[in-house]
Write a protein that binds this ligand. Sequence first.
Ligand SMILES: *Cc1c(COP(=O)(O)O)cnc(C)c1O
Length: 389
Amino acid sequence: MQDNGMIPYGKQDIRSQDIQAVVDVLESDYLTQGSAVPAFEGALSQYAGAGHAVCVNSATSALHIACLALDLQPGDYLWTSPISFVASANCGLYCGAKVDFVDIDSSTFNLCPKALSKKLADAEKEGKLPKVVVAVHLGGLSCDMQAIKMLADQYGFAIIEDASHSIGATYQDENVGCCRYSDIAVFSFHPVKIITSGEGGAALTNNSALYKRMMDLRCHGITRQTQDMTKAAEGPWYYQQLDLGFNYRLSDIHAALGLSQLSRLDKYIRKRHDIMGEYRTLLNGTSFQLQSETPEAKSSYHLCLVQLPCTQQRADVFAKMRHQGIGVNVHYIPIHLQPYYQALGFSKRQFPKAEAYYDAALTLPLHVGLSNNDIHFIVNTLKSAVLVN
Ligand SMILES: *Cc1c(COP(=O)(O)O)cnc(C)c1O
């Protein structure tokens, strides 16, 4: 049990090394636009195996500038999975594009390539093909990226990986974020994610034009590079705004924390792997369904996603677990069922697998501070919460 009596579903791990890294920045000359952000970007691109990384103040901002860099515009379509955080879809709306969803696979809980293939064939007939597909690696498990990429080549859409859950995961033995099968991959460094910078995110790419565009959009669309200007610089003070960008910068304070955390990423993944292994052992042979692993994808084990055997019991099981001090959660409410999306015209029963998944979904605690005793207590409580009904 944790100090406050509640085992949280996720929790950051902050060490003295992290604190010192932040203090070092605070005592330096630059709290922002100093050297910590480029250092974090270099370490991220090296870790992931991508050519470039752009750090921003959240994954939501990263998704937004990724869509803009891919020229997503009013009249265009962005497709994603309904089982994700709302940011995976909202980024399309920010650009004035229309959003639509592709139903999930009931065993991996990720966007289903077969459903995507069918929806693309239909969309082609109606002239409504998507410009961007956001592939969300739910809980840290990579989507079937090779299948999605084959469809992208066939139908001509761009791919953004929403890898908010999956830094440290692999697909076909390469790190998620290497962008082998995508244009851009996005990480989140919110405290519940695998590593944290407080708030923060990054967009990774191998495409130097996309990289440059995202760097410009992060900072007001302003350039100080004379070769990019429309005329000769008027002096050393001169800069030009060439695009409508934002202040989406990450501060050096945050970047220093993220960089320090990154050095322990592999340890975190091993620990999460062990915890998930224990859950699998204890739940093996029961009627609780865990997220299926695939031979090609090794999860970062961000979330322990469980499907309850009986959907009518979810509210009751949730309440009982919380009552026992276990911070269970639900990931996610299908995006198309949110009132904002209902008002855009989405309705119930449009994505039946996603809705069935949601009805049975429960997230068990999974973070590096979890002890073996905690895991046994959680599983025993879960089993008895279902049994006594
Ligand atoms: C957390 C999360 C985001 C948003 O991340 P922020 O850094 O909080 O903006 C986007 N997509 C998914 C799937 C997430 O889990």
